[in-house]
Design a protein around this ligand. Structure first.
Ligand code: IVH
Length: 668
């Protein structure tokens, strides 16, 4: 009897896997949703009645498993490199010229550059056994549980082979919009773009959450194709498709010279907006794998390929309105409002107009046709104002005189560009202050996003920061509010309770002291260890702290002299909020935290000691010798044997400028 059940179970798995492949990978469904559900439910029933028969590669395993405490680090079998980026036609021509120095008549593949995050999948005897993020290229994180929930990732290949496959984990434009809509409805901060959404979803410790995010996987690379008799990159894609992967084989084009490359780049650029997935450029690879091997890899990047990035996207739209918002410091910002438009994969309906001077210089007027700019993650901005398209007389920009929320006359200092609402009790300032306090980088209270804070403020539950910690006593009233179920209230209250244990730097940052960003908060927490020490610090002493200038010192000093602020702090103390620096909870940095660096050669921008101190301040380590465990080597002038060894081991190598770029990113 069991034999029959097992046979049927195997049959069902085959049917469902085939249907999934046709639906998810080929975009060509062959059975109806109803039929699919029937098979799926039958399989679920069998597995429930016969748990001993359940297979690891069963499609029912895609719902996620037990939540993890952290991700395990895994070393890649071969380093996961990425290509150098280029941005214009001249650089494409230069790339072709460079290749021709080694290969007489090269041909190239021109493929969409998927805009997600790369993922390595390892199959043994055709079974998915491990999935990992790129990490620093040498060591990534084990995300197997999460990747198993991605429907376009085959759990079992069509052939029982051992293979590593690389590709992009991404979110389709449609899923991205759905997810953001849901987040907004819940008052959570939406993701800036599909790439962030994909990264945030795949790095969930709870794979059940990942399973709800509808991620996708596009396979594009096999690290050792010769093992499978593959001779061309274009054949790699066909091979991957045969194994059961979703690939871009249809969009992949072969070009024989730079002209053909440019034609194909242009074509993909024009198709970009209508593609269902986000792309941010085009990847060029030498098609012949024999040529690829001849070209090889430099210490840092492969020579046989390059990534062409599309220029920042510009879209024309009509400026419908200019709305002024009031930040937590009282700063007034004019914002351009327009009908929602898609720019670079994100739906945008406002852009910052910074301040009065900016608006006047641009001479931007309501009713104008304007160019919208968005590059990567940067906040959208208005580019050129199409003055020649003004058809009627439009009113010149005029700065408001009173706060748009509380009507208090605005103030502006001579030497500053911004106007401020000076009313400490302005509702907008209060709301923004509470939102800032709860932010991910501050007290990290999940669920206390913009919309919820506004609701709680308007319903008089949270009028000031300290009220957050009184919400416990309003549990029942909260549960009765529309849209706030028992579960979400429970989650929110738990998150609030947990925030009491945060290390001091989060609290300092969350207080919203003018000029105190994340990095300064960290410096102050490390230096003063407790909030009381910081509160008692004299102005001279504060100004003497490394990296704290006079302006910051004065702002911190004055903050702790203000009676309202002292009341807030005493209330937080009463509620049991931690005031101590815990020495953990470093500012997370993908580049530095937990990584080991080796410095070699003569550095010119930093002293050795300064470079070491910087690395350590961001949670990294330095070491004197290069080994497989080294995350990256930072190379100055005339490097010695450490550099050679790093090259041999395929360890990422950075020059000082590149190191500085990473440091600057942390200091922004
Ligand atoms: S091939 C040596 N093909 O873009 C790199 N990468 O620098 C081999 N990417 O981080 C990767 N689309 O994750 C390849 N069709 C494509 C790609 C692609 C996106 C990513 C990749 C890498 C970066 C390229």
């Amino acid at each position: 009897m069991n034999k029959d059940v097992e046979k049927r179970m195997n049959e069902l798995i085959d049917i469902i896997n085939k249907a999934s492949y046709e639906y998810y990978a080929l975009d060509n469904p062959t059975i109806s949703d109803q039929e699919y559900d029937d098979y799926y439910n039958e399989l679920l029933r069998i597995e429930r009645n016969h748990p001993e028969l359940k297979r690891d590669d069963s499609p029912t395993a895609r719902v996620g498993g037990e939540a993890l405490d952290s991700f395990t680090k895994v070393e890649h079998r071969t380093p996961m490199l990425s290509f150098d980026d280029i941005f214009n036609e001249d650089e494409v021509i230069a790339f072709d010229e460079r290749i021709r120095k080694t290969i007489k008549t090269p041909s190239y593949t021109v493929e969409p550059k998927m805009d997600g995050l790369s993922g390595s999948l390892i199959y043994e005897k055709g079974l998915l056994v491990r999935a990992a993020t790129r990490g620093d290229g040498v060591v990534g994180e084990d995300i197997t549980q999460n990747v198993k929930t991605i429907k376009s990732v085959p759990l079992r290949l069509t052939r029982p082979i051992d293979i590593e496959v690389r590709g992009e984990i991404y979110m389709s434009k449609e899923s991205f919009e759905k997810l953001n809509k849901m987040k907004e409805e819940r008052g959570e901060k939406p993701f800036a773009n599909p790439r962030n959404a994909a990264a945030g979803s795949v790095r969930q410790l709870d794979s059940k959450i990942t399973a709800t995010r509808n991620l996708d996987y596009m396979a594009y690379f096999i690290p050792n194709p010769e093992d499978y008799g593959i001779k061309f990159q274009s054949d790699s894609l066909l091979f991957l498709k045969e194994l059961g992967f979703k690939t871009n084989y249809k969009l992949n084009k072969v070009a024989n010279n730079y002209k053909e490359i440019l034609e194909n780049i242009e074509k993909l650029g024009s198709e970009r907006a209508s593609l269902p997935f986000p792309i941010d450029g085009v990847v060029l690879k030498v098609n012949s794998l024999e040529d690829e091997a001849r070209l090889g890899t430099t210490a840092r990047v492969p020579r046989w390929g390059i990534a062409y990035k599309f220029p920042a996207v510009e879209v024309l739209t009509v400026l419908k309105d200019i709305k002024f918002t009031v930040g937590r410091t009282g700063k007034i910002t004019p914002n351009a409002i327009f009908s929602p438009v898609h720019v670079d994969g994100s739906l945008i309906s406002r852009a910052t107009l910074h301040n009065e001077a900016y608006c006047k210089e641009k001479d931007v007027r309501i009713g104008d046709v304007v160019e919208l700019h968005k590059a990567g993650d940067v906040i959208p901005e208005i580019g050129e104002v199409k003055k020649e398209r003004r058809t009627e007389s439009l009113k010149p920009f005029e700065m408001i005189k009173n706060c748009p929320i509380c009507n208090t006359p605005l103030v502006k200092k001579e030497d500053e560009a911004d106007y401020y609402c000076p009313n400490q009790n302005c509702p907008s300032r209060k709301i923004e202050g509470i939102i800032h306090f709860a932010e991910r980088d501050a007290m990290n209270i999940e669920g206390l996003g913009d919309k919820i804070v506004e609701d709680l403020f308007n319903f008089d539950f949270v009028k000031k920061i300290e009220d957050i910690y009184t919400l416990q006593s309003h549990r029942e009233e909260l549960e009765e509010l529309e849209g706030y179920g028992e579960r979400s209230v429970e989650k929110l209250l738990n998150a609030i309770e947990k925030s009491k244990e945060n290390s001091l730097e989060r609290l300092i940052y969350g207080l919203g002291i003018k000029h105190v960003g994340k990095k300064t908060a960290k410096i102050l927490a490390k230096r003063y260890k407790t909030l009381d020490n910081l509160m008692n610090a004299e102005l001279d002493e504060l100004s003497g702290v490394d990296d704290i200038g006079g302006i910051i010192a004065k702002s911190v000093y004055e903050y702790f002299k203000n009676p309202d602020n002292l009341k807030l702090i005493e209330d937080l103390r009463k509620f049991g909020v931690n005031f101590k620096y815990l020495g953990k909870d470093e500012i997370e940095s993908e580049f530095f935290t937990g990584k080991t660096f080796v410095l070699t050669g003569a550095l010119e921008l930093y002293t050795r000691d300064k470079a070491r101190e910087i690395i350590e301040s961001f949670g990294g380590k330095t070491s004197e010798s290069v080994s497989k465990k080294t995350s990256a080597v930072i190379v100055g002038k005339d490097p010695g044997s450490k550099y050679e060894k790093a090259k041999k081991l395929g360890i990422p190598i950075l020059n000082e400028e590149q190191f500085k770029t990473e440091v600057d990113k942390m200091n922004e």
